[in-house]
Design a protein around this ligand. Structure first.
Ligand SMILES: Nc1c(N[C@@H]2O[C@H](COP(=O)(O)O)[C@@H](O)[C@H]2O)[nH]c(=O)[nH]c1=O
Length: 156
């Protein structure tokens, strides 16, 4: 079985990085995983002031638009670190929201696929053959949750 997700208001929308579930990482509260992920592009760059600005934006799409804006300088190691940045943020989301952890665990062994019509890196892209790295990360986090059901963060 395969579970597809993408839009927040569609089935399994809580698996989207745009879902309104705040995370606390690096000493700050981020409104969504997307806010954190996009902001990390500018850590240590001449555009580092964007990190705090992105954190304050009222919608994850604004965070994504800012992070994707080619006039801003990304950190030079972004391609090397972006998968770990995403993993850290998605782990934080699911380990700090027990109701989301339960929803993820309830998908059992189903394949999880970000059904993005454009993104062939994080999602499956327009013809379904993309790398689906976000789905892979969600399946990894699901495995981690299954391995430690007594994790203190899941017992609030
Ligand atoms: N869910 C979702 C998107 N997908 C998200 O976009 C992020 C990748 O951004 P980038 O590395 O800048 O290309 C990543 O978090 C991926 O899950 N994009 C959207 O425009 N709308 C959306 O509803």
């Amino acid at each position: 079985m395969t579970i597809y997700f993408y839009q927040v208001d569609q089935p399994y929308g809580v698996f989207s990085n745009f879902s309104p579930h705040p995370i606390t990482l690096d000493g700050y509260r981020w409104p969504t995983v997307e806010h954190y992920y996009q902001a990390q592009k500018f850590v240590g760059t001449r555009d580092a002031a964007l990190v705090a600005k992105i954190r304050e934006l009222p919608h994850p799409m604004l965070a994504a638009q800012t992070g994707r804006n080619p006039r801003y300088q990304r950190r030079p190691d972004w391609e090397q670190v972006k998968c770990n940045v995403m993993l850290k943020a998605v782990q934080c989301k699911f380990f700090s929201h027990p109701e989301l952890a339960q929803m993820l665990l309830q998908t059992g062994t189903a394949a999880l696929v970000e059904n993005s019509p454009i993104d062939t890196y994080w999602g499956c892209g327009p013809n379904g053959t993309g790398c689906n790295h976000l789905g892979q990360i969600l399946m990894q986090v699901r495995q981690e949750l299954a391995s430690c059901p007594a994790h203190p963060l899941l017992n609030h």
